[in-house]
Design a protein around this ligand. Sequence first.
Ligand code: E4P
Ligand code: PEP
Length: 343
Amino acid sequence: MILVIRPDASLEQIEHVIERVKELGFTPHVSRGETRTIVGVIGDERKPQTENFSAIPGVEQVLSIMKPFKLASREFHKEDSAVYVGKVKVGGGSLAMIAGPCAVESYEVMDTVAKYVKAGGANILRGGAFKPRTSPYSFQGMGEDGLKILRDVGDKYDMPVVTEVMDPRQVDLVCRYADMLQLGARNMQNFDLLKEVGRAKKPVLMKRGMSATVKDMLMSAEYILAEGNKDVVLCERGVRSFEDSTRNMLDMSAVPNVKGQSHLPIIVDPSHATGRPDLIPSMCRASVAAGADGVHVEVHNCPEKAMSDGPQALLPHQFLDLMGDLRRLAAALDREFWAPEQN
Ligand SMILES: O=C[C@H](O)[C@H](O)COP(=O)(O)O
Ligand SMILES: C=C(OP(=O)(O)O)C(=O)O
């Protein structure tokens, strides 16, 4: 349920609304839009006192949100939300380019790749220190040593960093090094992890589960929002299908589909979606054209030596070409990639 606050309501009245919502046993979530303040009321709406909400001074309207996700819904927040990752604005008209190697492998590789992606115009650096691998015998990531490298290299190139957290017990540790927490496809419905990152004070990049529906994805985002973390960016990264010429099936319609239902930014990861460098540039362009708030790609200076996902990595020169194309496309659509000058 949402309480639409009167435009002329005083701050005291809004505070009073919030207090009453709590007293009635619900959790309030306040969304201050450009023209309206809205209070999301989360809890069991079958409680008898809910009709009293309309009697609270300052409340103009009480609306029921029919969708199972509430805080993630457009009804709760009409305007597109923007999420800040360090200084970088993601969403609300500003495009993100998240790039870097699949895994943090060494200082040298991280530094080399970061130098190239920064030069190309990437605004967020990625690299996994905890890797979710299909095989227990595959490289599992460098753990805290990898986080330290990622942080150092991010600082060197003045780029915020995003890295995956796989377990609720890792959240504090990863928060000490990262600017954004990545929740991987394999963990999109790890509900304890969702709750834990929901309590963290860092933005979250939540990837779509490999057999999750758009609704499942929005319900998972709701877990994070319901814990108080409003900074969630969704990521379409393809779903499993019968098609075996690509790693996954990229669901490009998820972008406008999510945008119709939710205010949260959504980016696309054509690297994991296709697994094919020959398809990544066109799918990046399609993502921007479809209205995505950014793109996520893997880049490696020597894919044949990469410790994970080498075959899908773009080479540095391919990344530079891609960024040139994407900038031109973005400009034609009256959009732009966030760049440090905008700060
Ligand atoms: O490293 C990245 C992911 O963990 C990777 O895509 C997992 O896939 P794999 O372990 O099947 O190679
Ligand atoms: C493992 C990753 O991707 P996904 O969770 O989409 O498979 C990744 O981005 O490192």
